[in-house]
Design a protein around this ligand. Sequence first.
Ligand SMILES: [Cu+2]
Length: 336
Amino acid sequence: MERYKKIMYTFLASTSLCGLILTSQFSVVNAVDTVSNAAKDPTEVPEPINRSNPKTVAINLVAKEVVAELTPGKQFWFWTFAEKKGDVIGQATVPGPMIRVMEGDTVVINLTNDLGNVEPHNIDFHAGFGAMLEDIAVGQTETLTFKAKREGTYIYHCSGEGMPWEHVAYGMYGLIVVEPKGGLSRVDKEFYIGQGDWYIKQGIEPYPDIDGYSLDEDKASEEQPDYYTFNGHTQALADENIYGNAITVNEGESVRVFFVTGGPNKGSNFHIIGQIFDKFCPGHSRTIIRNEETAYVPPGSAATFEFEASGPGDYPIVDHALFRATKGALGYLHVK
Ligand SMILES: [Cu+2]
């Protein structure tokens, strides 16, 4: 991990009728961490709910900007959520930490805008009927409290600066599951996958010395992605040096996938080649679509998929809008 500290002169140019006026402004640009990638380990799933009495669940999140590889050879300025446990800030990942609560729980989110950031950030929980914080300045912490009144699987995301499109396009989203009282049915293995579409241009404005990429808003507004990712890197679930071997199960095991589509623009036509989903659950846990092979999860939504792993093999996980596989929407399920 390399820490950059830059002191930068910013020249602000403005023109007037009299001609060009140049003013200079001295400003200190905060540090940004450079990490190898912002890929999310798909096995990082919290413990299932095993209780029926509501309680208060407190989660400490950190809005964390990092420079990390998005696709081989290209570093991107990611804006992410990380989880803080004690004094330790976890990995900055896309999607952000999965959160697991029960219907009736009171959810307390303490969100810190990391000192190394330059942007204001906040958080918006669809599970709390849009419960959200105001923008949080760099270095500050705010607390959001809401009641998880409705079970289901939901996205949370940043809406910083009144521009959720920008903050989501940089990677700020994650999944919260609100389980029914007593918890979801037990399965053998659970995984967490998030899909996103990415629009990049060369250069990171606050860090001109870093060879990296930032959001191309023109491409984003035209909805022409350069890349797609499952879990924050075009090869996160395909390259064995990242998490390409993480989704491994035994034949016959029951499997649940918690799936979130961050977007910002493109929904996922989620499919695992060679498998049929026993259950696709886009909302309430008892509203189940059975025997579906491909199911659509729109941007700004989350769902659960359940299946029993069929015979041994390496099964591609795709967005079945299949050309997206060539741009990164490709991972693997390994059945032993
Ligand atoms: Cu943000």
